[in-house]
Design a protein around this ligand. Structure first.
Ligand SMILES: NC(=O)c1ccc[n+]([C@@H]2O[C@H](COP(=O)([O-])OP(=O)(O)OC[C@H]3O[C@@H](n4cnc5c(N)ncnc54)[C@H](O)[C@@H]3O)[C@@H](O)[C@H]2O)c1
Ligand SMILES: [Zn+2]
Length: 678
């Protein structure tokens, strides 16, 4: 049964974490102390429950708590070897765990265990960090809070900071918390309610003080010509720049992107002080681990042409990498971890918005959220004083902290398609849907494009939230619609690397019954549609300079000739030759182009369900439900071909094993000798 102290802690944490004004995503930690009966001795034992490493307060559950014995935690003070070796204390926490100990204790555990209060909250509120990063933060803390809240000069999180705060609480019995310079806030209380009220009071009092005392234009007067572009133009501009920007962010390792054009971002970029402030970088330790020390800022107004903007972005990227190398070289010591990549994680484009990057969509999205936090912090600090983040050497010590490095090393190996953005046409049904599911399961971000927006979004929802898949509307035979779908994909995930030309339909009529309209429809959707999708997406891939894959779901019928198939079969043969033509043309950009030739996929197929299956069943004299089995008997392997079999072939063509193959078609038909490739 959950201890009442832990239960109160979880409820409080969820309430605090639910409101972004209180702390950034996964930022901060909370604790409660209480008593339980030690199952070994039958005696009461004092425990502290504290949010473990990682995890978010808003969704904290009991499994996210570390549980430590207070007597043993307090004993650590006697063996603490001093600040130079404070990192060793993290390993010592493992010897304080109660029972199995729950979640891994975080670096902030010392603060929670050592501060003499039953409930402690450590939070990263924008308003509190604004005070914490103001040049005269100490004086402001006195002015705003009197002696109720105490200033603690910047110190890297760890055992010493815990000791410092414990000492402050002991020396200032009237205090309810403190402002941690350059970092955030800590508050305490005898009860959970009191701690929560104290946290909220510190946060809200800072916000109210900023609102009342801030100068009118904290980011300086508006910059001429830097106004945000109107909505449609802005999104189009963002989509036009995104592939270049993703390529820049991915020079050392491929990244997924996220785009934000909220008013907070656009207002910041339209103000005269944004270049100076952006260069100062972020401050809260949580922030720059996710955003890097500083962003790359395009120094051209939105009135500049796309071409000029792209050229300038490339220049700035080179400078950014040199600058980052310089930062590493200035600060690295003998046992620092190796440099982790020199590319920006945040790219700011005035008038357009912010592109943020990460190893997956969630990480990219949160990096963007953190930079919005940083903008709020800078606005507050500049409104009252001057924004003064912690200095470069301290930022480096956090970014390349051995404990952080160890965390990174413990991360599970990424899935084979991690960081890759896939666009699958006709993915609301049948083979396309199974392919989208397979690519997502292997780690790709997936864009499901189909005629019906509703069905595309339904299929995307089945794969998880918008961090995994999004649905977009497209008629692949319409060039403008294809461009709009590709733009939507690029804005959803930063770019495109893996395209599956799957949309299709089958009319199956004899030559004399095939109308001109039938012929055009088959060719418009499959031959022209694949061409349009390949063209729009290859442009993105070429700009990204990250290579890519295009896979055509062609057909056995691109090889095999039978009656009643002239329009469909000819369109499939057209697609099959596009594979070879584009493989030959796009190879110099690292783009592989391959095809899959399915046959007889009845299960899940809309083509079969919409009358064609009934027609075939009647022709062969079998029941429609047995058609799949009937087709199986005609194959060499006597196996029914399922949508998943096609999806697996697509994965193999794009996955890590088949890196040196282009211009190939893989038959997935359970063996049809008449369609053997030769
Ligand atoms: N099912 C088979 O046995 C088989 C065999 C060989 C090849 N194929 C090919 O596999 C692909 C998928 O077939 P399926 O069996 O999964 O069919 P399906 O009908 O289940 O799925 C096709 C999807 O494409 C979409 N689509 C149709 N026209 C479109 C357009 N203009 N723009 C965007 N989307 C459009 C449809 O809405 C549908 O969701 C097709 O190209 C088909 O020719 C299927
Ligand atoms: Zn913190």
């Amino acid at each position: 049964m959950t201890n009442p102290a832990a239960a109160a802690l979880i409820a409080r944490s969820n309430r605090l974490g639910a409101d972004p004004k209180n702390t950034n995503y996964a930022g901060g930690n909370t604790s409660a102390k209480g008593t339980e009966t030690d199952p070994v001795t039958g005696e009461p034992v004092e425990l502290v429950w504290v949010k473990g490493s990682g995890g978010d307060l808003g969704t904290l559950t009991e499994s996210g708590l570390a549980v430590l014995r207070l007597d043993r935690m307090r004993s650590l003070v006697d063996v603490y070897p001093g600040i130079e070796r404070e990192d060793e204390m993290v390993a010592a926490f493992d010897y304080c765990l109660h029972g199995k100990g729950g979640a891994a204790p975080s670096i902030d555990t010392a603060m929670h265990g050592l501060v003499d209060a039953a409930h402690v909250d450590h939070l990263h509120p924008d308003s509190g960090i604004a005070i914490a990063t103001a040049a005269d933060g100490e004086a402001l803390t006195k002015e705003i809070y009197g002696d109720k809240v105490v200033w603690v000069p910047w110190r890297r999180p760890g055992f010493q900071l815990g000791l410092d705060i414990a000492e402050i609480k002991a020396q200032n019995p009237q205090s309810i918390g403190c402002i941690l310079g350059g970092h955030g806030i800590t508050a305490w209380g005898d009860t959970s309610e009191e701690a929560e009220a104290n946290s909220l009071w510190i946060i809200d009092t800072a916000a109210a003080y900023i609102a009342e005392h801030s100068k009118a234009e904290p980011f300086g007067p508006p910059l001429d010509g830097y106004d945000a572009l109107p909505d449609t133009e802005r999104r189009a501009r963002a989509a036009a720049l995104a592939p270049t920007i993703r390529g820049i962010a991915s020079a050392d390792r491929p990244m997924v992107g996220h785009f934000t054009d909220s008013d907070v971002v656009l207002d910041f970029l339209a103000s005269s002080e944004h270049p100076r402030l952006a260069a100062l970088g972020t401050s809260c330790p949580d922030h720059f681990l996710r955003t890097k020390v500083k962003p790359l800022v395009l120094d051209l107004p939105p009135t500049a042409s796309v071409e000029d903007s792209i050229a300038r972005l490339h220049e700035l990227a080179g400078a950014y990498r040199e600058d980052y190398q310089g930062y590493y070289d200035r600060n690295a010591v003998a046992d620092s971890p190796a440099i982790r990549g020199k590319d920006p994680l945040i790219v700011l484009v005035p008038g357009v918005g912010m592109f943020s990057f990460g190893k997956d969509k969630q990480t990219a999205r949160v990096a963007g959220e953190f930079y919005v936090n940083a903008i709020n912090v800078m606005r507050g600090a500049e409104g009252l004083s001057t924004y003064a983040p912690i200095d470069e050497a301290e930022k480096f010590r956090i970014e390349y902290w051995a404990l952080e490095e160890a965390k990174l090393q413990r991360m599970p190996k990424p899935k084979p398609l991690a960081t890759r953005v896939a666009l699958v046409t006709g993915a609301a049904s049948g083979i396309g849907k199974a392919t989208a599911a397979k690519l997502a399961a292997e780690g790709a971000c997936v864009v499901i494009a189909d005629l019906s927006l509703e069905k595309a979004q339904e299929a995307a929802a089945e794969l998880g939230g918008s961090d995994v898949a999004v649905g977009v509307q497209v008629d692949v035979s319409d060039e403008a619609a294809v461009q709009a779908a590709v733009d939507a994909a690029v804005l959803a995930f930063g770019g495109v690397d893996l395209v599956v030309n799957n949309a299709g339909l089958s009319l199956s009529r004899s030559l004399l019954e095939t109308t001109e309209k039938d012929w055009d429809l088959q060719h418009d959707v499959m031959a022209k549609g694949s061409f349009l999708v390949a063209k729009a997406t290859a442009k993105v891939m070429i700009e990204q300079q990250l290579g890519g894959d295009i896979v055509y779901i062609s057909s056995k019928n691109s090889i095999f000739a039978g009656p009643n198939n002239v329009a469909y079969g000819a369109a499939k043969a057209d697609q099959a030759h596009q594979v070879r033509l584009l493989a030959a043309e796009l190879g110099e950009h690292g783009i592989k182009v391959n095809g899959v030739n399915p046959d007889g996929v009845v299960a899940g197929s809309g083509i079969f369900a919409s009358g064609w299956g009934a027609n075939r069943a009647a022709v062969y004299g079998v029941e429609e439900k047995d058609l799949g089995k009937f087709y199986a008997q005609r194959t060499i392997l006597k196996r029914e071909v399922l949508p998943e079999n096609i999806a697996n072939a697509v994965f193999v063509l794009c996955g890590p094993e088949l890196t040196h193959t282009t211009g190939l078609h893989i038959p997935v038909d359970a063996g049809v000798a008449a369609a053997f490739l030769r």
